[in-house]
Design a protein around this ligand. Structure first.
Ligand code: PLP
Length: 391
Protein backbone atom coordinates (compact mmCIF):
# COMPACT_ATOMS: atom_id res chain seq x y z
CA UNK A 1 0.00 0.00 0.00
CA UNK A 2 1.17 3.57 -0.57
CA UNK A 3 0.80 6.66 1.60
CA UNK A 4 0.14 10.19 0.38
CA UNK A 5 3.02 12.26 -0.98
CA UNK A 6 2.28 15.02 1.53
CA UNK A 7 3.32 12.78 4.41
CA UNK A 8 6.82 12.49 2.95
CA UNK A 9 7.53 16.13 3.80
CA UNK A 10 6.85 15.58 7.46
CA UNK A 11 9.86 14.75 9.64
CA UNK A 12 9.45 12.13 12.38
CA UNK A 13 7.52 13.70 15.27
CA UNK A 14 10.17 14.74 17.82
CA UNK A 15 8.40 13.31 20.83
CA UNK A 16 7.70 9.97 19.17
CA UNK A 17 11.42 9.65 18.39
CA UNK A 18 12.33 10.56 21.96
CA UNK A 19 9.70 8.20 23.36
CA UNK A 20 11.20 5.29 21.38
CA UNK A 21 14.67 6.14 22.65
CA UNK A 22 13.39 6.31 26.25
CA UNK A 23 11.48 3.03 25.94
CA UNK A 24 14.53 1.21 24.53
CA UNK A 25 16.72 2.44 27.38
CA UNK A 26 14.10 1.56 29.99
CA UNK A 27 13.82 -1.94 28.50
CA UNK A 28 17.59 -2.23 29.15
CA UNK A 29 16.92 -1.31 32.79
CA UNK A 30 18.13 2.31 32.62
CA UNK A 31 16.31 4.69 34.98
CA UNK A 32 15.59 7.43 32.45
CA UNK A 33 14.30 10.86 33.54
CA UNK A 34 12.66 12.82 30.75
CA UNK A 35 12.75 16.61 30.93
CA UNK A 36 11.82 16.74 27.26
CA UNK A 37 8.05 16.88 26.94
CA UNK A 38 5.72 19.51 28.45
CA UNK A 39 3.03 17.33 29.97
CA UNK A 40 2.05 18.18 33.57
CA UNK A 41 2.28 15.21 35.96
CA UNK A 42 0.02 16.58 38.71
CA UNK A 43 -3.67 15.60 38.55
CA UNK A 44 -6.47 17.63 36.99
CA UNK A 45 -8.47 19.48 39.73
CA UNK A 46 -10.93 17.16 41.54
CA UNK A 47 -13.93 19.36 40.79
CA UNK A 48 -13.20 19.05 37.06
CA UNK A 49 -12.99 15.26 37.31
CA UNK A 50 -16.29 15.28 39.25
CA UNK A 51 -17.95 17.45 36.60
CA UNK A 52 -16.85 14.99 33.92
CA UNK A 53 -18.06 11.98 35.91
CA UNK A 54 -21.47 13.55 36.57
CA UNK A 55 -21.93 14.59 32.97
CA UNK A 56 -20.71 11.23 31.67
CA UNK A 57 -23.52 9.50 33.64
CA UNK A 58 -26.18 11.44 31.72
CA UNK A 59 -27.29 9.50 28.63
CA UNK A 60 -28.11 12.76 26.87
CA UNK A 61 -24.36 13.45 26.79
CA UNK A 62 -23.60 10.14 25.12
CA UNK A 63 -24.96 11.48 21.89
CA UNK A 64 -23.19 13.63 19.31
CA UNK A 65 -21.97 16.87 20.89
CA UNK A 66 -24.56 19.64 21.12
CA UNK A 67 -24.10 22.38 18.53
CA UNK A 68 -21.58 19.96 17.03
CA UNK A 69 -18.92 21.99 15.29
CA UNK A 70 -19.14 25.12 17.46
CA UNK A 71 -19.21 23.46 20.87
CA UNK A 72 -22.02 23.78 23.45
CA UNK A 73 -23.23 27.34 23.87
CA UNK A 74 -22.78 26.89 27.64
CA UNK A 75 -19.10 26.11 27.08
CA UNK A 76 -18.64 29.06 24.73
CA UNK A 77 -20.34 31.32 27.28
CA UNK A 78 -17.91 30.06 29.94
CA UNK A 79 -15.03 30.92 27.57
CA UNK A 80 -16.43 34.44 27.13
CA UNK A 81 -16.81 34.87 30.93
CA UNK A 82 -13.26 33.64 31.43
CA UNK A 83 -11.79 36.04 28.84
CA UNK A 84 -13.72 38.89 30.41
CA UNK A 85 -12.57 38.05 33.92
CA UNK A 86 -8.90 37.25 33.24
CA UNK A 87 -8.13 39.45 30.21
CA UNK A 88 -10.85 42.11 30.10
CA UNK A 89 -11.62 40.93 26.56
CA UNK A 90 -15.24 40.92 25.35
CA UNK A 91 -16.28 38.01 23.12
CA UNK A 92 -19.60 37.13 21.54
CA UNK A 93 -19.96 33.44 22.44
CA UNK A 94 -22.27 32.88 19.47
CA UNK A 95 -19.96 34.10 16.72
CA UNK A 96 -16.47 34.60 18.14
CA UNK A 97 -15.78 31.31 19.95
CA UNK A 98 -15.48 27.73 18.73
CA UNK A 99 -14.60 24.77 20.98
CA UNK A 100 -11.54 22.77 19.97
CA UNK A 101 -10.16 19.32 20.66
CA UNK A 102 -7.02 21.07 21.93
CA UNK A 103 -5.09 23.86 20.32
CA UNK A 104 -3.10 21.45 18.12
CA UNK A 105 -6.35 20.54 16.41
CA UNK A 106 -7.07 24.26 16.09
CA UNK A 107 -3.79 24.81 14.21
CA UNK A 108 -4.95 22.21 11.72
CA UNK A 109 -8.49 23.49 11.25
CA UNK A 110 -7.17 27.03 10.97
CA UNK A 111 -5.12 25.84 7.96
CA UNK A 112 -8.07 23.97 6.46
CA UNK A 113 -10.38 26.92 6.98
CA UNK A 114 -8.11 29.80 5.99
CA UNK A 115 -5.09 28.81 3.86
CA UNK A 116 -5.30 28.02 0.14
CA UNK A 117 -3.23 25.45 -1.72
CA UNK A 118 -0.07 27.15 -3.04
CA UNK A 119 -0.11 29.92 -0.40
CA UNK A 120 2.79 30.80 1.87
CA UNK A 121 2.23 30.68 5.62
CA UNK A 122 4.68 32.36 8.00
CA UNK A 123 5.91 30.34 10.98
CA UNK A 124 8.41 31.36 13.61
CA UNK A 125 11.74 29.56 13.69
CA UNK A 126 12.35 28.07 16.19
CA UNK A 127 8.70 27.12 16.46
CA UNK A 128 6.20 24.58 17.69
CA UNK A 129 6.63 21.51 15.43
CA UNK A 130 2.86 21.15 14.90
CA UNK A 131 2.52 24.17 12.58
CA UNK A 132 4.39 23.05 9.48
CA UNK A 133 2.50 19.76 9.00
CA UNK A 134 -0.84 21.60 9.18
CA UNK A 135 0.42 23.93 6.44
CA UNK A 136 1.75 21.10 4.28
CA UNK A 137 -1.50 19.16 4.66
CA UNK A 138 -3.36 21.91 2.80
CA UNK A 139 -0.74 22.08 0.03
CA UNK A 140 0.74 25.38 1.23
CA UNK A 141 4.36 26.15 2.08
CA UNK A 142 5.66 27.31 5.48
CA UNK A 143 8.05 30.26 5.41
CA UNK A 144 10.32 30.52 8.49
CA UNK A 145 10.57 33.84 10.29
CA UNK A 146 13.69 33.86 12.50
CA UNK A 147 13.43 34.53 16.23
CA UNK A 148 16.74 35.65 17.68
CA UNK A 149 17.84 36.00 21.25
CA UNK A 150 19.06 39.57 20.65
CA UNK A 151 15.44 40.57 19.85
CA UNK A 152 14.00 38.78 22.87
CA UNK A 153 13.00 35.87 20.60
CA UNK A 154 10.35 38.06 18.97
CA UNK A 155 10.28 38.13 15.16
CA UNK A 156 11.41 41.40 13.58
CA UNK A 157 8.44 41.98 11.30
CA UNK A 158 10.17 44.72 9.30
CA UNK A 159 12.84 42.14 8.28
CA UNK A 160 10.25 39.98 6.50
CA UNK A 161 10.76 40.73 2.79
CA UNK A 162 7.68 42.51 1.42
CA UNK A 163 7.30 40.05 -1.50
CA UNK A 164 7.15 37.21 1.07
CA UNK A 165 4.67 39.13 3.22
CA UNK A 166 2.52 39.84 0.15
CA UNK A 167 2.40 36.14 -0.78
CA UNK A 168 1.67 34.99 2.78
CA UNK A 169 -1.93 34.37 3.78
CA UNK A 170 -1.33 33.32 7.39
CA UNK A 171 1.08 33.66 10.30
CA UNK A 172 1.41 31.04 13.07
CA UNK A 173 3.08 32.12 16.29
CA UNK A 174 2.80 31.64 20.04
CA UNK A 175 3.76 33.71 23.12
CA UNK A 176 4.50 32.79 25.91
CA UNK A 177 6.63 30.87 23.48
CA UNK A 178 7.31 27.21 23.09
CA UNK A 179 10.23 26.52 22.88
CA UNK A 180 12.04 29.71 24.00
CA UNK A 181 9.87 30.78 26.94
CA UNK A 182 9.87 34.36 25.59
CA UNK A 183 6.82 36.55 26.17
CA UNK A 184 5.25 39.11 23.84
CA UNK A 185 4.85 42.78 24.66
CA UNK A 186 1.81 45.01 23.96
CA UNK A 187 4.01 46.93 21.49
CA UNK A 188 4.84 43.76 19.57
CA UNK A 189 1.17 42.75 19.41
CA UNK A 190 0.26 46.20 18.06
CA UNK A 191 2.96 45.82 15.37
CA UNK A 192 1.69 42.34 14.55
CA UNK A 193 -1.87 43.61 14.03
CA UNK A 194 -0.62 46.45 11.80
CA UNK A 195 1.58 44.04 9.79
CA UNK A 196 -1.28 41.55 9.34
CA UNK A 197 -3.62 44.35 8.28
CA UNK A 198 -1.12 45.78 5.78
CA UNK A 199 -0.51 42.44 4.06
CA UNK A 200 -3.95 40.86 4.60
CA UNK A 201 -2.50 38.03 6.67
CA UNK A 202 -4.68 35.92 8.98
CA UNK A 203 -3.00 35.51 12.36
CA UNK A 204 -3.14 32.17 14.15
CA UNK A 205 -1.99 33.25 17.60
CA UNK A 206 -1.59 30.00 19.43
CA UNK A 207 -1.62 30.73 23.15
CA UNK A 208 -1.77 27.59 25.29
CA UNK A 209 0.80 28.96 27.80
CA UNK A 210 -0.90 32.32 28.31
CA UNK A 211 -1.28 31.71 32.07
CA UNK A 212 2.28 30.52 32.70
CA UNK A 213 4.28 33.71 33.25
CA UNK A 214 6.76 34.79 35.90
CA UNK A 215 7.03 38.42 36.98
CA UNK A 216 5.21 39.86 33.96
CA UNK A 217 1.52 40.43 33.17
CA UNK A 218 -0.53 37.81 31.32
CA UNK A 219 -1.24 38.93 27.78
CA UNK A 220 -3.75 37.77 25.20
CA UNK A 221 -3.46 38.53 21.50
CA UNK A 222 -7.04 39.80 21.80
CA UNK A 223 -5.79 42.53 24.15
CA UNK A 224 -4.29 44.24 21.10
CA UNK A 225 -6.55 46.80 19.47
CA UNK A 226 -7.83 45.44 16.16
CA UNK A 227 -6.70 41.85 16.86
CA UNK A 228 -10.18 40.53 16.11
CA UNK A 229 -9.99 42.10 12.65
CA UNK A 230 -6.95 40.06 11.67
CA UNK A 231 -6.88 36.78 13.55
CA UNK A 232 -7.84 34.32 16.22
CA UNK A 233 -6.26 33.22 19.46
CA UNK A 234 -6.10 29.47 20.00
CA UNK A 235 -6.36 28.46 23.57
CA UNK A 236 -6.30 25.29 25.51
CA UNK A 237 -7.23 23.86 28.88
CA UNK A 238 -4.31 21.40 28.54
CA UNK A 239 -1.54 23.28 30.28
CA UNK A 240 -3.19 25.56 32.91
CA UNK A 241 -5.52 22.89 34.30
CA UNK A 242 -3.34 19.78 33.73
CA UNK A 243 -5.79 18.49 31.13
CA UNK A 244 -3.50 17.48 28.26
CA UNK A 245 -5.24 14.12 27.85
CA UNK A 246 -8.76 15.56 27.90
CA UNK A 247 -8.41 17.35 24.56
CA UNK A 248 -10.29 20.59 24.96
CA UNK A 249 -9.56 24.16 23.95
CA UNK A 250 -11.05 27.07 22.02
CA UNK A 251 -10.39 29.43 19.13
CA UNK A 252 -11.57 32.99 19.73
CA UNK A 253 -11.61 36.19 17.75
CA UNK A 254 -12.36 37.00 14.14
CA UNK A 255 -15.88 35.70 13.37
CA UNK A 256 -15.05 34.79 9.75
CA UNK A 257 -12.08 32.68 10.80
CA UNK A 258 -14.04 31.12 13.68
CA UNK A 259 -16.82 30.22 11.26
CA UNK A 260 -14.35 28.79 8.71
CA UNK A 261 -12.80 26.62 11.41
CA UNK A 262 -16.23 25.47 12.60
CA UNK A 263 -17.18 24.53 9.03
CA UNK A 264 -14.00 22.52 8.67
CA UNK A 265 -14.64 20.81 12.01
CA UNK A 266 -18.26 20.01 11.16
CA UNK A 267 -17.00 18.00 8.24
CA UNK A 268 -14.25 16.28 10.17
CA UNK A 269 -14.68 15.57 13.88
CA UNK A 270 -18.17 16.70 15.00
CA UNK A 271 -16.79 18.45 18.08
CA UNK A 272 -15.83 17.76 21.70
CA UNK A 273 -17.59 15.15 23.91
CA UNK A 274 -20.26 17.09 25.85
CA UNK A 275 -19.12 15.67 29.19
CA UNK A 276 -15.61 17.03 28.56
CA UNK A 277 -17.15 20.41 27.74
CA UNK A 278 -19.01 20.38 31.09
CA UNK A 279 -15.69 19.62 32.78
CA UNK A 280 -14.18 22.50 30.80
CA UNK A 281 -16.87 24.88 32.12
CA UNK A 282 -15.96 23.89 35.68
CA UNK A 283 -12.27 24.53 34.99
CA UNK A 284 -12.87 27.90 33.36
CA UNK A 285 -15.37 29.13 35.96
CA UNK A 286 -13.93 27.79 39.21
CA UNK A 287 -10.26 26.87 39.00
CA UNK A 288 -8.32 30.16 39.00
CA UNK A 289 -6.74 29.15 42.32
CA UNK A 290 -5.46 25.93 40.75
CA UNK A 291 -3.56 27.93 38.13
CA UNK A 292 -1.94 29.99 40.88
CA UNK A 293 -1.04 26.79 42.75
CA UNK A 294 0.64 25.28 39.65
CA UNK A 295 2.52 28.51 38.97
CA UNK A 296 3.97 28.27 42.49
CA UNK A 297 5.20 24.74 41.71
CA UNK A 298 6.71 25.70 38.35
CA UNK A 299 8.34 28.79 39.86
CA UNK A 300 10.05 26.67 42.51
CA UNK A 301 11.26 24.12 39.95
CA UNK A 302 12.44 26.87 37.66
CA UNK A 303 14.60 28.34 40.44
CA UNK A 304 16.00 24.90 41.19
CA UNK A 305 17.08 24.32 37.57
CA UNK A 306 18.43 27.85 37.23
CA UNK A 307 20.50 27.55 40.44
CA UNK A 308 21.94 24.20 39.31
CA UNK A 309 22.78 25.34 35.80
CA UNK A 310 24.38 28.52 37.10
CA UNK A 311 26.50 26.50 39.53
CA UNK A 312 27.62 24.40 36.55
CA UNK A 313 28.74 27.53 34.70
CA UNK A 314 25.70 28.35 32.57
CA UNK A 315 25.08 32.04 31.97
CA UNK A 316 21.76 33.03 30.41
CA UNK A 317 18.72 35.20 31.02
CA UNK A 318 15.77 33.06 32.14
CA UNK A 319 12.65 33.48 30.03
CA UNK A 320 9.54 35.00 31.63
CA UNK A 321 7.04 32.48 30.31
CA UNK A 322 6.06 28.80 29.96
CA UNK A 323 7.20 25.85 32.01
CA UNK A 324 10.26 25.42 29.79
CA UNK A 325 13.80 26.69 30.12
CA UNK A 326 15.57 27.33 26.83
CA UNK A 327 19.28 27.40 27.45
CA UNK A 328 22.43 27.61 25.32
CA UNK A 329 24.49 24.43 24.85
CA UNK A 330 28.10 24.38 26.02
CA UNK A 331 30.90 25.08 23.53
CA UNK A 332 31.83 22.24 21.20
CA UNK A 333 28.41 20.60 20.99
CA UNK A 334 25.49 20.82 18.61
CA UNK A 335 22.12 20.68 20.38
CA UNK A 336 21.62 17.02 19.39
CA UNK A 337 25.16 16.09 20.47
CA UNK A 338 24.68 17.73 23.84
CA UNK A 339 21.35 15.96 24.38
CA UNK A 340 23.00 12.64 23.48
CA UNK A 341 25.84 13.39 25.88
CA UNK A 342 23.48 14.19 28.78
CA UNK A 343 21.45 11.09 27.97
CA UNK A 344 24.54 8.83 27.96
CA UNK A 345 26.11 10.32 31.08
CA UNK A 346 23.04 11.04 33.21
CA UNK A 347 20.13 9.20 31.57
CA UNK A 348 18.34 12.57 31.44
CA UNK A 349 16.42 13.47 28.28
CA UNK A 350 16.39 17.08 27.05
CA UNK A 351 14.79 18.41 23.86
CA UNK A 352 17.37 19.49 21.23
CA UNK A 353 16.82 23.03 19.96
CA UNK A 354 17.48 22.10 16.32
CA UNK A 355 14.30 20.03 16.33
CA UNK A 356 12.38 23.34 16.51
CA UNK A 357 14.04 24.85 13.42
CA UNK A 358 17.47 25.97 12.23
CA UNK A 359 17.44 28.96 14.58
CA UNK A 360 16.98 26.55 17.48
CA UNK A 361 20.47 25.16 16.95
CA UNK A 362 22.74 25.98 19.88
CA UNK A 363 19.97 25.58 22.48
CA UNK A 364 18.27 22.86 24.49
CA UNK A 365 14.91 22.90 26.22
CA UNK A 366 14.26 21.72 29.79
CA UNK A 367 10.67 21.02 30.77
CA UNK A 368 9.55 21.57 34.38
CA UNK A 369 6.59 19.17 34.19
CA UNK A 370 8.19 16.35 36.17
CA UNK A 371 7.77 15.48 39.86
CA UNK A 372 10.01 17.49 42.24
CA UNK A 373 11.94 14.41 43.38
CA UNK A 374 12.66 13.32 39.80
CA UNK A 375 13.74 16.82 38.84
CA UNK A 376 16.08 16.96 41.84
CA UNK A 377 17.50 13.55 40.88
CA UNK A 378 18.00 14.66 37.25
CA UNK A 379 19.84 17.78 38.40
CA UNK A 380 21.95 15.78 40.87
CA UNK A 381 23.01 13.47 38.04
CA UNK A 382 23.84 16.40 35.79
CA UNK A 383 25.92 17.98 38.57
CA UNK A 384 27.77 14.73 39.26
CA UNK A 385 28.43 13.66 35.69
CA UNK A 386 28.79 16.82 33.65
CA UNK A 387 30.92 18.93 35.94
CA UNK A 388 31.62 22.52 34.89
CA UNK A 389 30.84 23.35 31.29
CA UNK A 390 32.25 26.16 29.14
CA UNK A 391 30.45 28.51 26.80
C1 PLP B 1 2.73 25.98 21.20
C2 PLP B 1 1.84 24.82 21.39
N1 PLP B 1 0.67 24.79 20.73
C3 PLP B 1 -0.18 23.76 20.88
C4 PLP B 1 0.13 22.70 21.70
C5 PLP B 1 -0.87 21.59 21.82
O1 PLP B 1 -1.76 21.88 22.84
P1 PLP B 1 -3.14 21.10 23.02
O2 PLP B 1 -2.91 20.08 24.08
O3 PLP B 1 -4.10 22.14 23.41
O4 PLP B 1 -3.47 20.49 21.70
C6 PLP B 1 1.32 22.67 22.39
C7 PLP B 1 1.68 21.52 23.23
O5 PLP B 1 2.77 21.32 23.67
C8 PLP B 1 2.21 23.76 22.23
O6 PLP B 1 3.37 23.80 22.87
Amino acid sequence: MHSAERLKKIPPYLFMTLRNKINEARARGVDVISLAIGDPVEATPDSVVDALANAAREPVNHRYPTDEEWGMLAFREAVARWYGRRYQVTLDPKTEVVALIGSKEGCHHFALGVINTGDLALVTDPGYPGYKPSIWFVGAEPHPVPMKEEHGFLPVLSDIPSDVARRASAFYLNYPNNPTGAVATPEFLAELVAFAREYDIAVCYDNPYREVVFGVDRLSFLNAEGAKDVGVELNSLSKPYNMTGWRIGMACGNPDIVKAMATSKANTDSGVFNAVQYAGIEALDNCDAFIAHMLGIYGRRRDLVLDTLRALGWRFEPPAGTFYLWTPVPRGYSSAEFCDYVFEKAAVVLAPGAAYGVNGEGYVRFSLTVEDARLEEALRRMRDTLGKVTF
